[in-house]
Design a protein around this ligand. Structure first.
Ligand code: SAM
Length: 321
């Protein structure tokens, strides 16, 4: 496996040493004068392990345990599930999942959280922690192969991480993730004129098409800011993706993804113009692309935002990509 350290499943016997407690490092959780022990697991571990949340890493930890039930129900958790959790953090979601499913793979980039995460998973022997960046770890090397992705995603890589798992983990059929509201709306948006939400706000674009070529995507509900610590300065939603059953709706291959990126690269241009400028038309002339669009019932000057994900797949087929 490249770019990651795959730790053996943790058990009580394999427990790591806990770092010294430095309560002053968590000013929002406890008063420096009279530290009172927090009971909610994230707050307790912040305090106990002296963790300073890193905004750059999107460390807004879940501190409302009711949300775990919301996530768990949406993910239709089953004792057979193999779950990939992206961003283990202080382990509240990891331990919730470990109690309910067959195996949990936790990917976490920040080694400073090792003591807190160990504390969460030590009662379980069905959790594997992979220290590394979810954007570069070898997803195909995760064994057993995940069947679901469940996560409170870091803002910086949320859409990229979801799309990467859609492409590289064909074994995954369901995703339930907390993401920034705009990211969720973008993933779920439909094309202009297609009657779905989001299109008129310009939300429909590359992530929408790539996600929807393989999955049904839905914003499930809004998540209040106060369930996180520290409180983020953006809104969050729970988004769900369910892989489409049809065999010809597999995740987009590299050439189809290239076509989609090229089509949206210059949003103010026509699709034909944008493709020509971006060089992603597979060497086809503007007339050949116009002809293919005509066969799909679109005018020659159509913009990318009007093509459905299936239109993109059909266009790629007509262009022999
Ligand atoms: N699951 C925990 C929870 O719900 O409280 C933590 C969620 S927090 C929003 C996101 C976590 O993702 C942080 O622990 C952060 O360190 C981790 N993270 C950030 N970027 C990452 C990356 N590229 N790969 C893996 N983990 C990452």
């Amino acid at each position: 496996m490249s770019g990651l350290v795959a730790d053996a499943p943790r058990s009580r016997r394999g427990r790591a040493a806990r770092p010294a407690v430095t309560p002053a490092a968590t000013p929002a959780v406890t008063s420096p004068a009279q530290p009172s022990p927090a009971t909610q697991p994230s707050l307790r571990r912040l305090q106990q392990f002296g963790v300073r949340p890193d905004r750059e890493l999107g460390q807004n930890f879940l501190i409302d345990s009711n949300i775990l039930g919301v996530i768990g129900r949406a993910a239709e958790l089953d004792p057979e599930d193999i779950v990939l959790e992206i961003g283990g953090g202080l382990g509240v979601l990891s331990e919730y999942l470990a109690e309910r499913v067959n195996h949990v793979h936790v990917v976490e980039i920040d080694r400073r959280l090792e003591g807190a995460l160990d504390d969460a998973i030590e009662p379980f022997d069905n959790v594997t922690v992979h220290w590394g960046d979810v954007m570069s770890i070898d997803l195909g090397g995760l064994l057993p192969q995940p069947t679901k992705v469940v996560a409170n995603l870091p803002y910086g890589v949320a859409a990229g991480a979801l799309l990467r798992t859609v492409e590289e983990l064909p074994s995954v059929t369901l995703w339930v993730a907390m993401v920034q509201r705009e990211v969720g709306e973008r993933l779920a948006a439909g094309p202009v004129g297609g009657g779905r939400t989001g299109a008129d706000k310009g939300a429909y674009g590359v992530p929408s098409v790539i996600a929807q070529l393989a999955c049904e995507v839905e914003v499930l509900r809004a998540i209040p800011r106060k369930v996180f610590h520290p409180v983020p300065n953006v809104d969050s939603v729970l988004v769900g993706l369910r892989r489409l059953p049809s065999a010809d709706r597999q995740a987009a291959g590299a050439s189809l993804r290239g076509l989609v990126h090229g089509a949206f690269a210059h949003r103010r241009k026509t699709l034909v113009g944008s493709l020509a400028l971006s060089g992603q038309g597979g060497g086809h002339t503007r007339d050949q692309v116009r002809d293919a669009l005509g066969q799909l019932g679109h005018p020659a000057d159509v913009r990318a935002e009007r093509l459905s994900p299936e239109d993109f797949r059909a266009l790629a087929r007509l262009l022999g990509l």
